[in-house]
Ligand binder design. Structure first.
Ligand code: MN
Length: 282
């Protein structure tokens, strides 16, 4: 540690500004007040894309990163920031902030290149402890070395996740026609389920939203659509906590991920009709 311990505020004498990446105005307010009371100067970016732009222009002492945001989420933004910094030869500690205190979420944060993790609502003392740790230059130096190793060993950093579903594996197991039917049914059911979740969310019906998200998780898992299954689980958990903001944001992530999924499986779903019917008739 650079500073002698003693619990004195500010957490660090002259750390430079903190970048708070958060789309929700209330959360922005709460976190900025906490950070300012710790003697820090706060700048706000409303989504991941704006955060990447900000990091391109200025050095920050630390970044607090919300995971679920419109336009570009915290995971994508972190990958972009780490790539940018690799060119700049610079490193900023990134602390993820999310409502979902789950083991899987933490792994996803670390895999994207974040250094640490805080649950919402932010606990003031925990925030202070983490900031003290990450504003220490020795900790940052060690983390930077670790990340450089990570960057060297990952040539395909662009790919945050693997393919949304393993079509080769499914086709080998089920055959082309059944796979085509399965994908069509899954897409249809998911669209139906999403509109039901939307209705129940508007009614603030915890049990219905959690129940539907649970079903969605099971159907996504059954075809090995891991990202969709995981997002369904987040929706289920957020509904259970009655965190409707997080439900809405995670639903938005699900929609984006589902669009990507549909594009990915489109060649299978729209496979040659003539060939398929002749195969079925045979
Ligand atoms: Mn958010």
């Amino acid at each position: 540690m650079l500073k002698a311990s003693g619990g004195a505020v500010p957490v660090h004498e002259n750390p430079g500004p903190v970048l708070l990446v958060e789309d929700n105005p209330l959360n922005q307010k709460v976190a900025s007040v906490l950070l300012e009371r710790l003697g820090l100067i706060v700048e706000i970016a409303e989504n991941g894309r704006l955060a990447v732009e900000a990091v391109g222009k200025k050095k920050y002492a630390v970044i607090l990163m919300d995971c679920h945001m419109p336009e570009m989420d915290g995971f994508e933004a972190t990958v972009e920031i780490r790539r940018l910094e690799a060119q700049q030869g610079h490193y900023t500690p990134i602390i993820a902030v999310t409502a979902l205190a789950m083991a899987g979420d933490r792994e996803r944060c670390i895999a994207a290149g974040m250094d640490d993790y805080l649950s919402k609502p932010i606990d003031r003392e925990l925030l202070e402890a983490k900031l003290r740790r990450w504003l220490s230059s020795q900790v940052v130096y060690n983390s930077q070395k670790h990340t450089q190793k990570f960057l060297r060993s990952n040539s395909s950093l662009r790919v945050l996740e693997s393919d949304p579903v393993n079509l080769e594996e499914l086709e080998a197991f089920y055959g082309a026609e059944v796979l085509k039917q399965m994908m069509a049914i899954f897409i249809n059911d998911t669209e139906d389920m999403l509109s039901r979740i939307e209705t129940q969310r508007n009614e603030r019906n915890v049990r219905a939203v959690a129940g539907l998200a649970h079903e969605l998780k099971a159907s996504a898992a059954s075809i090995g659509a891991k990202q969709l299954a995981r997002l369904s689980l987040y929706i289920e958990q957020a509904a259970g906590q009655q965190d409707w903001i997080e439900v809405a944001e995670t639903l938005a992530s699900f929609h984006r991920s589902f669009e990507y999924f549909k594009n990915f499986v489109q060649p299978v779903v729209e496979a040659d009709q003539a060939n398929l019917s002749s195969t079925i008739l045979n």
